[in-house]
Design a protein around this ligand. Structure first.
Ligand SMILES: NC(=O)c1ccc[n+]([C@@H]2O[C@H](COP(=O)([O-])OP(=O)(O)OC[C@H]3O[C@@H](n4cnc5c(N)ncnc54)[C@H](OP(=O)(O)O)[C@@H]3O)[C@@H](O)[C@H]2O)c1
Length: 257
């Protein structure tokens, strides 16, 4: 018997945008059962303790930790089995986990590492959870992409990030956008709403401690902005945008592929 509540899984929710999204979703509705996906169970539990401590009075939905490392097939399948046993379905999959390789490596190592998480992992997680999404009456699949993945903006000399490199990260997010576009097409027949979402430039741990300081210095936004915008995607307030082509943007409207 499937859960009566809306079951939402956020991968990579032990930090940054994923973590803030779990909080924002739990504050939104008592009908939400939120799975805080974390590759480290300990870190996930610690984050959940912190959330309960800091937001106790405003949490409506329930949160539980789900171990899921998106580069580990066994971890993904175990996670799927746990969700199936406990809830019998999944309503919303937020494929958020992602990395930006900042240490010096050769091209092939960097590309392999980046794509392993940002593209291959997302594809395999979706494949594993597809059958549970099919059991939802209103399934949604959200890929956390990036404006850095826009080919159109890459070649626009007036764009604010024109001089930003990050070639391999950019390539991975462009590939992720294609994955989202393919799933948008493939999953339409069973009513799954699919989108790629751009959370904007946020102060998170994506590029490590030094990157965090750089982000603050360059006026990056609070990841809570991205989380609030994601809640709107989850609750259907951006459905008109989801129907369009391009990335659903944190500030409203769309970003070009
Ligand atoms: N911050 C920005 O400006 C920005 C802009 C555009 C898009 N994004 C995207 O937003 C998403 C979230 O990033 P963030 O900025 O919030 O960075 P973050 O603070 O570094 O969070 C990334 C999360 O992904 C998790 N993760 C990494 N590899 C994983 C794996 N193999 N399995 C499971 N989880 C894994 C991390 O887990 P640990 O805690 O264990 O490391 C962490 O919870 C990413 O997809 C990123 O590309 C970010």
């Amino acid at each position: 018997m499937a859960s009566d509540k809306i079951v939402i899984l956020v991968t990579g929710a032990s930090s940054g945008i994923g973590l803030e999204s779990v909080v924002a979703l739990a504050r939104e509705s008592q009908d939400f059962d939120i799975l805080l996906g974390s590759r480290s169970t300990e870190k996930g539990k610690k984050m959940l303790e912190d959330i309960c401590h800091s937001h106790a009075s405003s949490l409506k939905g329930t949160i539980s930790v789900l171990q899921i490392d998106i580069t580990d097939q066994k971890s993904i399948l175990d996670a799927k089995e746990k969700v199936e046993t406990k809830f019998g379905k999944l309503d919303v999959l937020i494929n958020n986990a992602g990395i930006a390789v900042t240490r010096q490596t050769d091209t092939l190592t960097n590309l392999r590492e980046t794509f392993e998480t940002n593209v291959f992992g997302q594809a395999v997680v979706t494949e594993a959870f597809e059958s549970l999404l099919k059991k939802s009456s209103n399934p949604r699949l959200i890929y956390i992409s990036s404006g850095q993945g826009s080919i159109t903006n890459r070649l626009d000399p007036t764009h604010k990030a024109y001089k930003t490199r990050g070639d391999y990260y950019r390539m991975s997010k462009t590939a992720l956008n294609m994955l989202a576009a393919c799933h948008k097409f493939n999953f339409a027949e069973w009513g799954c709403k699919v989108c790629a979402f751009n959370p904007g430039f946020c102060v998170t741990n994506l590029t490590g401690e030094a990157g965090r300081a750089m982000r603050i210095q360059h006026g990056a936004r609070d990841p809570r902005d991205a989380a609030d915008a994601l809640v709107k995607v989850v609750t259907g307030k951006r459905d008109a945008d989801i129907a369009k082509s391009g990335m659903v943007d944190v500030d409203g409207g769309m970003l070009p592929w």
